[in-house]
Design a protein around this ligand. Structure first.
Ligand code: WTA
Length: 676
C-alpha cells in the first residue's frame, strides 16, 4: 500500500529514518514506552500499555475513560456524581450529571491565572499583514465587559442570543460572554440572507442579536447590519441589536440598536460566571436536514467542551505554544469546535480567518502560515482543490517549516487533493488528518490520528475511530455488518460526551432522525466503506443532503424556494459531482401551464430568489426546465434517475418499472443533452 510518508513498506515506516515517524516521535514523546506521557489519565487505566489498548479501553470502559478525562481536563465548580445516563434508543443523553462548571472560566480564567499574556486569538483580518493579537487577559476582560452588558440589558440564564458576525475577536467574546452568564448562543453564518437569519432568530426565540456594522471579505464590504435590520422586521421577539464596528463607516441606527463597544466601555472587567449544570444548553447551531426546515442542533456544556478539547489536542497533536490555524468560519460547527472551544479550553493560540483562500492571491493561506508561524492547518478539500489548480509555485514561495499537521474536514477529500496537500503543502513531512464528523457529533469522530505514530494513513480515508467512538456499519436490512471489507450506513454504537442532545423545540425530530432509523445506535446519515484492515472511508450522504464547498444544504430547502416562484409548478434539486466544490446544485424545474418560456430570465430570477432566501452558495449551477419529473406511481420523484442522467450514466439508470411514465426519462435525457 502506498504510504503517506513516502516510504514503500511498513517495515521502513517504523524505522526512525522515516520523517513522519521522527516528527511523531518528537510530538508524542516517549508514550510508546510510557502511555501516561501521551495521556496522563491513562496511568490509572488498568491494562493500558500502548495506543491500541488505550483505544480499546476508551470504548469498553467508556465511563472510566471519560470520567478521568473530565476530572483532569475541566475545572468544575461542583463535581459530577454520574458519568453518563444515556438511552440512545429514546434519545436521552446526559453526561456528568450533578456537575457544575462555567465554560468561559474553562476557556479563559484558568489560563489567565497561569499565563495572562499568552496570545489566545490571532485575528487574521482580510488585508494580509494586518493581523491583531489578543491575549488571554484581554479576551477575558472583553468577555466580562460584554457579559456584564448583556446582563444589564436583561439577558438571563437560559435565554438564547443570536450572533451574526464574521470571524473576529468580538464574535468569540460574544460566544464566551453568553457562556459566562448562562445564555445559549446561536451563531448564524454571516453569509446567510435576511430571511434565513430571520427564520433562525424566530426558531431560537432570541430577544437579542449581536452583529457588526459591515463585513469585509476579499476586499469587498458587505452590509451585515442592513441584513439584520431586514431580518429583525420579521422577528417580533427581538428587543435589541448590539452593533460593533468592523469598519469605520457609520450605519443607520434604529431605536432597538445599541452601540456595543461604547456601552462595553462603561462595564466592569470582572463578571461573575454563572454556575451551569453539565446538561444546560451551551449553544444552538442550525444545520440542514433532508426536510425543508433547518434544525437547531442543541449542544450542552461539559460534554461538548471536553470532547472539543480532547479531539483538538490529540487529533492534531496540539502542543502548548503551537499556533492552530483553522480557517473555517465561526458560523459552522468547525469554527465552534476548532477555532474557539477546543483550542481555548486547551489554552492554545487560535487563528480567526476573515478572508478567502485566494485573496489577494492564491498564496494567501501559505503566506499566512509563514507570517503567523502556524503549526496545525485545518481546512476544507474544496479550497485545496481550488488551490492546486493554481499551481505549486503559490505554495513554494512561502516557508511552511512550522507546519506539523494538516487537517481536512467537511467532505470527502479526493486522492489528488490529498496528495497535493501532503506532498506540496506539507513537503511530505506532515500527517494529513482527514477528519470525519458532523454538527451533530460536536467534534471529530473518525480520524487517522491519534494512533500509533508509525500507523499508516491511506489517502482519502478517515481511517480510525477517536477515543470512545465505536462506529458500526448497518446493511440495508438493518443488521450490523461484522465482516471486512464492507459498506453500509454509518452508525455509532455508544453515546459520547460531544454528541448533540436534541433539536431545539423538536426533540421528536431528533429521535426520528438519529435514534429511530437503527434503534440503539446513533445514525449519522452518511454511508461508509470499511476496508479489510478495518479503516473507514466516508462515501457520502444517504439522504437528500448535499455538500457544496463544504457547506451542508438540504435539496428540499432549495426546492422550497424554487417552488415559491409564481411561474414554477414543481422542482427537483440534486447534487452532482463538481471539480472544485465537491458537489454542485442542479435543479429540474417544471413550469406552470401557460407560463411564457422566458427561461433565461426565469433562471436568473430563481437564482436571485435562492440567494435572497438562503445564501449564494445554494444557488443552482444549472437549471433544466422540463415538462415533467420522473415519478413513481405513488407520486414520489425518482431522484436516483435524475442523478444518473446528470452523471451521464445512462446504463446505470436501473429499474424504471416503478415509474408512472418511463417516457419522462427520455425527455429529460434529451433536455440535458441540449443544455450541454
Ligand atoms: C460530510 C462538518 C467525508 C458528511 C464538520 C457529514 C465528510 C457532513 C467529512 C457534516 C469527511 C464531514 N469526509 N465527508 N472527512 N467531514 N463530511 O454538519 O457528509 O457541516 O455528514 O459538519 O459533512 O457536515 P456538517
Amino acid at each position: 500500500m502506498w504510504l503517506p510518508c513516502g516510504c514503500t513498506s511498513k517495515a521502513i515506516v517504523t524505522s526512525s529514518a522515516c520523517p513522519v515517524f521522527k516528527s511523531y516521535f518528537r510530538v508524542f514523546g516517549r508514550w510508546k514506552c510510557n502511555v501516561a506521557a501521551f495521556m496522563p489519565e491513562a496511568a490509572g487505566f488498568e491494562g493500558v500499555k500502548d495506543f491500541s489498548s488505550l483505544q480499546e479501553f476508551s470504548v469498553s470502559n467508556s465511563e472510566s475513560f471519560w470520567a478521568a478525562a473530565a476530572r483532569s481536563r475541566l475545572s468544575w465548580i461542583r463535581p459530577f456524581h454520574t458519568v453518563q445516563h444515556c438511552d440512545l434508543s429514546r434519545g436521552k443523553i446526559k453526561w456528568f450529571e450533578g456537575g457544575q462548571l462555567n465554560v468561559s472560566v474553562n476557556c479563559l480564567d484558568r489560563h489567565v491565572h497561569t499565563s495572562p499574556e499568552r496570545v489566545a486569538l490571532i485575528w487574521e483580518r482580510d488585508e494580509p499583514g494586518s493581523e491583531v493579537k489578543v491575549t488571554y487577559r484581554e479576551l477575558l476582560e472583553t468577555t466580562c465587559r460584554l457579559g456584564n452588558l448583556l446582563r444589564r440589558r436583561g439577558v438571563k440564564k437560559g435565554d438564547c442570543v443570536t450572533i451574526y458576525m464574521p470571524p473576529c475577536p468580538l464574535a468569540v467574546a460574544s460566544m464566551l460572554a453568553c457562556a459566562r452568564i448562562g445564555a445559549a448562543h446561536n451563531v448564524v453564518f454571516a453569509g446567510f440572507s435576511a430571511e434565513a437569519l430571520a427564520e433562525r432568530i424566530r426558531d431560537a426565540e432570541s430577544s437579542t442579536v449581536i452583529t457588526v456594522n459591515q463585513g469585509v471579505r476579499a476586499g469587498k464590504v458587505t452590509e451585515l447590519k442592513r441584513t439584520v435590520d431586514a431580518a429583525v422586521q420579521d422577528c417580533p421577539t427581538v428587543q435589541q441589536v448590539l452593533v460593533a464596528m468592523r469598519t469605520e463607516n457609520p450605519v443607520a441606527m434604529t431605536a432597538k440598536d445599541v452601540d456595543m463597544e461604547e456601552e462595553m466601555l462603561k462595564e466592569d472587567v470582572v463578571c461573575e460566571p454563572a454556575a451551569m449544570n453539565s446538561e444546560d444548553v451551551l449553544f444552538l447551531l442550525y444545520t440542514s436536514g433532508s426536510t425543508g426546515k433547518p434544525k437547531g442542533v442543541v449542544h450542552t456544556q461539559a460534554g461538548y467542551l471536553l470532547y472539543a478539547a480532547l479531539t483538538h489536542r490529540y487529533v492534531f497533536s496540539y502542543q502548548d505554544g503551537d499556533v492552530f490555524g483553522c480557517v473555517a468560519d465561526i458560523g459552522w460547527i468547525t469554527g465552534h469546535s476548532y477555532s474557539v472551544y477546543g483550542p481555548l479550553a486547551n489554552g492554545g493560540t487560535t487563528v480567526l480567518f476573515e478572508s478567502t483562500p485566494i485573496y489577494p492571491d492564491p498564496g494567501r493561506y501559505w503566506e499566512m502560515v509563514q507570517r503567523l508561524k502556524i503549526n496545525q492547518f485545518y481546512g476544507a478539500p474544496t479550497a485545496i482543490r481550488l488551490l492546486l489548480k493554481y499551481g505549486d509555485q503559490w505554495v513554494q514561495k512561502y516557508d511552511r517549516s512550522t507546519l506539523k499537521t494538516l487537517g481536512s474536514v467537511g467532505e470527502p477529500i479526493n486522492t489528488e487533493a490529498w496528495e497535493w496537500y501532503y506532498r506540496v503543502v506539507g513537503d511530505g513531512r506532515c500527517p494529513v488528518v482527514d477528519t470525519w464528523w458532523q454538527t451533530e457529533t460536536g467534534g471529530i469522530c473518525i480520524t487517522p490520528r491519534p494512533s500509533d505514530p508509525d500507523a499508516e494513513i491511506v489517502p482519502g480515508m478517515a481511517m480510525r475511530p477517536f477515543f470512545g467512538i465505536k462506529p458500526i456499519l448497518m446493511d440495508t436490512k438493518g443488521k450490523v455488518v461484522t465482516s471486512n471489507p464492507a459498506s453500509g450506513a454509518l452508525c455509532i454504537a455508544k453515546p459520547w460526551p460531544g454528541m448533540a442532545r436534541s433539536i431545539h423545540n423538536n426533540h421528536q425530530r431528533f429521535i426520528e432522525t438519529y435514534c429511530q432509523p437503527h434503534p440503539g445506535y446513533f445514525f449519522t446519515g452518511d454511508g461508509a466503506y470499511r476496508s479489510k484492515e478495518g479503516y473507514y472511508q466516508i462515501t457520502g450522504r444517504l439522504d437528500d443532503v448535499i455538500n457544496v464547498s463544504g457547506h451542508r444544504i438540504g435539496t428540499a430547502e432549495i426546492e422550497d424556494v424554487v417552488n415559491q416562484c409564481n411561474a414554477v409548478a414543481e422542482s427537483a434539486v440534486i447534487g452532482y459531482s463538481h471539480d472544485i466544490k465537491g458537489q454542485g446544485v442542479y435543479a429540474f424545474v417544471v413550469l406552470k401551464k401557460g407560463v411564457d418560456d422566458q427561461e433565461a430570465d426565469l433562471s436568473q430570477q430563481l437564482n436571485i430568489m435562492v440567494s435572497k432566501k438562503i445564501a449564494k452558495y445554494a444557488c443552482p449551477d444549472f437549471i433544466q426546465f422540463v415538462q415533467r419529473l420522473p415519478k413513481t406511481r405513488s407520486g414520489k420523484i425518482m431522484r436516483r434517475v435524475l442523478r444518473k442522467v446528470v452523471e451521464r450514466d445512462l446504463n446505470g439508470l436501473g429499474d424504471l418499472s416503478t415509474l408512472d411514465d418511463p417516457s419522462t426519462v427520455q425527455e429529460i435525457i434529451q433536455g440535458h443533452r441540449e443544455l450541454f
